[in-house]
Design a protein around this ligand. Structure first.
Ligand SMILES: [Zn+2]
Length: 57
């Protein structure tokens, strides 16, 4: 499955989520759209969910 959430600021190409740069013009993506930030975000969400579960037990 290919996830294409973001458009390139330079050329409008729909970029793959797992890349650090545009697949057409190779412009670098904003830091917030990079895979590392996505996984970091997922970890934070998972940690908050785990905290919420611990609180209500
Ligand atoms: Zn581009």
């Amino acid at each position: 499955m290919t996830v294409r959430l973001f458009r390139c600021d330079e050329c409008g190409h729909r970029m793959r989520l797992g890349r650090n740069y545009c697949g057409r013009c190779f412009a670098a993506k904003p830091v917030a759209q990079r895979p590392a930030m996505m996984s970091l975000f997922a970890i934070v969400v998972a940690a908050l969910a785990a905290l919420a579960v611990v609180r209500f037990v």
